[in-house]
Write a protein of this length. Structure first.
Length: 143
């Protein structure tokens, strides 16, 4: 089955309000960075956050060890929240597709859009959200 780009409030609500395990690609330990405070917000609302950042291996964030790649997680996630610039997204597609099981959704944060990557993920059966902040949408749709 082919994935699709999710855009409606109903689709976003279904994902955000029921997500329990979220992989964060590009997770960061600096509190002023969105790659820290967005997952922190979701963690404070009961989500299990699995941080991924090869430059932060050895750190522990949100009670979990930071992994170098998504494929290392080896467990199901509700979605992958991506904190990487659009120009770097093609470099991450193989890692996303190596996840087992595949994630049902990849969420590209506010300001991040890459239609070719979106098509490739959708072709693999993964839904995609582009150019939206998971924290802002959660506040708006799940409060």
């Amino acid at each position: 089955m082919r994935g699709r780009e999710l855009t409606s409030d109903e689709q976003l609500r279904a994902v955000l309000c029921h997500a329990r395990t979220i992989a964060v690609l590009g997770a960061h330990d600096e509190p002023s960075r969105p790659a820290f405070y967005v997952p922190q917000y979701l963690y404070e609302r009961g989500c299990r956050i699995l941080p991924v950042n090869p430059r932060r291996v050895g750190y522990t964030l949100w009670g979990q060890p930071v992994r170098a790649t998504l494929a290392e997680l080896g467990e199901p996630v509700d979605f992958v929240d991506v904190f990487r610039a659009a120009k770097w997204l093609p470099d991450h597609v193989d890692d996303l597709l190596a996840m087992r099981p595949l994630p049902p959704l990849v969420w590209l944060q506010l300001g991040v859009r890459h239609d070719a990557v979106c098509r490739r993920l959708c072709d693999a059966g993964i839904d995609v959200v582009q150019d939206r902040c998971a924290m802002a949408e959660h506040r708006r749709l799940c409060s």
